[in-house]
Design a protein around this ligand. Structure first.
Ligand code: BGC
Length: 453
């Protein structure tokens, strides 16, 4: 078994079992959680543009109200959209603690249950109050799931395919957003409660599939090592790698995890509850590998991911395209941008391992910057011309391509990798909470008081 020293090696082929299809599937299954992250953040955009919903929440009559005025007030839109992120922010923070006490898997399953309760309330709603309360509760569930899935996947995946597997999570987020657009598209013209109840209720399916699947999958071996339960750790590692417990692969990988944990405990001694949170901020700014530097890196990466402005397209895209006035079918444009997002993400499965995390983030940021400038220049110089609008949409699609193949997956992969085990659950939780905090800020911003471009 592992000794006291650090026995890590860069030769992953020597210490890790070959990745079988079954092992790959077991590690990648959790990526499914991305579907309800994506669906939940995606469906609300279309729902808020539906005639029945606007009528229900505002009392406006579509027959007598001018089209430009027949919309939800900006404050209502912001409340409905951002309340979910408020829930996810706190959910993600609490989840870090739960994942250390009860395990990664249990926390995700708990997140699914909380989420289902929130969805039931939203489905039952017939007005703003219950809808908002339901979204807040569902947000807690999404917070648990979104923070701990990254932790779980990073911990169970074989090192050589970890980047690709965590990128699979981002792919599922994009699929979730796409599915939400399709369902919205299908129910948008209904003049009954089915228009919003169907998209809301469908989400229960994602939570049920994820929760049931995870109950059948093994817990993270690193969680058991952290709790000192080496027998259980060896058992789950053997299941995950599809090897017998006695195999050299399993013994060596476990020895490495234990050695890392022992080494990291020497460097970061564990105290009580508060001091284990405080550990995330120790080590000073000057030391490049300090915990503080890692926490700043994780939280600011997630902040920057939101600052790319990607969610403006996915949350407010339909309304924005409507307000341009020259687009015949804004829902369809929304669907196209979502499709570009889905189709561009798999490129990262290969590039993230081939070129590394940092170059991908640098090139992606440059690509997005150029596209954003071009869209802004076209918008201010000739925003009312239909040809100019088509060019803007083309550059928005190229911008989405850059996001989806770089910063979308990259930010999640990096936060799963940078924290040492003693502070990992909290570091990932803080970083995910930062994603939701900035997500919430971008949603509460009153974009609609801006002139359309
Ligand atoms: C972001 C989400 C965004 C999605 C778009 C995720 O990585 O965190 O806020 O909606 O990508 O694909």
């Amino acid at each position: 078994m592992a000794g006291g020293g650090l026995t890590a090696t860069a030769d992953t082929a020597r210490i890790e079992a070959p990745v079988t299809a079954r092992a790959y599937f077991m590690c990648a299954f959790a990526a499914f959680g991305g579907i309800f992250f994506g669906f939940d953040s995606g469906y609300i955009n279309g729902v808020m543009g539906m005639t029945y919903v606007i009528q229900l929440l505002t009392g406006l009559d579509p027959a007598t109200t001018p089209t430009a005025d027949f919309t939800l007030p900006a404050s209502q839109k912001s409340l409905i959209t951002s309340i979910l992120s408020a829930g996810t922010f706190f959910g993600a923070l609490i989840a870090g603690d739960l994942a250390d006490f009860y395990g990664r898997r249990t926390t995700i399953v708990l997140g699914c249950i909380v989420f289902i309760i929130g969805v039931i309330l939203q489905t039952a709603s017939y007005g703003l109050g219950l809808l908002v309360a339901g979204r807040l509760i569902a947000g807690f569930g999404v917070g648990f799931v979104s923070a701990i899935i990254i932790l779980y996947m990073s911990e169970v995946s074989p090192r050589k395919v970890r980047g690709a597997i965590v990128s699979g999570y981002q792919f599922c987020i994009t699929l979730g957003i796409l599915l939400a657009s399709c369902v919205d598209y299908g129910t948008q013209n209904r003049m009954d409660t089915g228009s919003y109840r169907i998209p809301i209720a469908i989400q229960m399916l994602w939570a049920l599939i994820l929760g049931t699947g995870l109950v059948l999958l093994p817990e993270s071996p690193r969680y058991f090592v952290k709790r000192g339960k080496l027998d259980k750790a060896v058992e789950v590692l053997a299941r995950l790698r599809g090897q017998p417990r006695e195999s050299d692969y399993i013994q060596q990988e476990l020895a490495e995890i234990v050695a890392n944990q022992e080494y990291e405990l020497q460097v970061i001694p564990q105290g009580g509850y508060f001091s284990s949170w405080a550990n995330c901020f120790k080590g000073g700014l000057r030391n490049p590998s300090s915990n503080l530097r890692r926490t700043i890196l994780g939280t600011s990466l997630q902040m920057m991911q939101q600052w790319t402005g990607i969610n403006f397209i996915f949350y407010f895209g339909t309304t924005f395209f409507e307000e341009l006035g020259t687009i015949k079918n804004p829902f369809l444009i929304g669907l196209i941008t979502t499709l570009v997002n889905v189709c561009s993400t798999p490129i990262s499965f290969w590039t993230i391992e081939r070129f590394g995390r940092r170059p991908l983030l640098i090139w992606g940021a440059l690509g997005m910057l150029i596209c954003e400038f071009i869209v802004a220049i076209i918008g201010v110089s000739d925003g009312g011309n239909p040809h100019a609008v088509s060019a803007m949409i083309a550059f928005i699609c190229i911008y989405i391509f850059f996001f989806a193949s770089t910063w979308g997956p990259g930010a999640w992969v990096v936060i799963g990798e940078i924290f040492p085990l003693p502070i990992r659950s909290r570091g990932v939780a803080l970083s995910t909470a930062s994603n939701w905090l900035w997500n919430c800020v971008s949603e509460t911003h009153d974009w609609f008081s801006l002139p359309s471009c």
